[in-house]
Design a protein around this ligand. Structure first.
Ligand code: PGA
Length: 257
């Protein structure tokens, strides 16, 4: 059981246009009425084009939902066609941004250097990065999940201060568990989440290690979230598919009962 405020983040990926996104966020607001939202941070990561609508719905309904982007540009502004800057996200009330999701690494060739530049861009804009790391199946089969994930943590957080690391969120998402229904066991999740925290402790000290929130992601559902959250180093979940249904995601946010 975590000693930090649990964080449940819903990554909508490339799903739901703004009208569908509006319906989901309003329904989520309703469903969260049954959840003690003072005990959990509930975050949604909609597609960029839904963010303005989500902002309006959250503000109008005073919904206990924070939101953010699924990615951002490493650049501040300028001739970068198709990109979205951190400042544009903060101007919409975003407080979080996912960085280095395995789908960005795999389909968009995102490197460690780029991920690191994006983490820095997030802080420069006042956003909290959710840095995603995790091993592909071959690395897991070779027993290299810790080594592989820590190398991504090290690359992504390169050059950051202990103060920035303390307020960062790191999501451990084994690639073989994403969207496959193949959830890592609570012990698998704990192994890598604990190793990430110990890496932070060795590099940035106790304060940062005890504060940084480490999430698990990969086929999280309301039926398996509680057992994952029993582990001491799992501080929350990054949820894909199950975040597209308001009732299901609210149950995940309310896993404590
Ligand atoms: P999933 O996705 O919950 O659909 O497995 C998780 C993620 O990619 O963040």
């Amino acid at each position: 059981m975590t000693t930090r405020t649990p964080l449940m983040a819903g990554n909508w990926k490339m799903n739901l246009d703004w009208k569908q996104g509006l319906a989901l966020v309003e329904e989520l607001g309703e469903q969260l009425k049954d959840v003690d939202t003072s005990k959990v941070d509930t975050v949604v990561l909609p597609p960029f084009v839904d963010l303005r609508t989500v902002q309006t719905a959250v503000d109008a309904g005073k919904l206990p939902i924070a939101y953010g982007g699924q990615d951002l540009s490493a650049h501040e502004s300028g001739a970068y066609t198709g990109e979205i800057s951190g400042q544009m996200l903060t101007a919409l009330g975003c407080t979080f941004v996912a960085i280095g999701h395995s789908e960005r690494r795999q389909y968009h060739g995102e490197t460690e250097e780029l991920t690191n530049a994006k983490v820095k861009a997030a802080f420069a804009a006042g956003l909290t990065p959710i840095l995603c790391v995790g091993e592909p199946l071959e690395e897991r089969q070779a027993g290299k999940q810790v080594e592989y994930s820590l190398a991504q943590v090290e690359g992504g957080l390169e050059g950051l201060t202990a103060e920035h690391v303390a307020v960062s969120v790191i999501a451990y998402e084994p690639v073989w568990a994403i969207g496959t229904g193949e959830v890592a066991t609570p012990d698998d999740a704990q192994e890598v989440c604990a190793a990430i925290r110990e890496w932070v402790r060795a590099k940035h000290g106790d304060t940062a290690a005890d504060a940084v929130r480490v999430l698990y992601g990969g086929s999280v559902k309301s039926s398996n979230v509680a057992e994952l959250m029993e582990k001491p180093d799992v501080d929350g979940a990054l949820v894909g598919g199950a975040s597209l249904k308001a009732e299901e995601f609210a149950k995940i946010a309310g896993y404590q009962g």
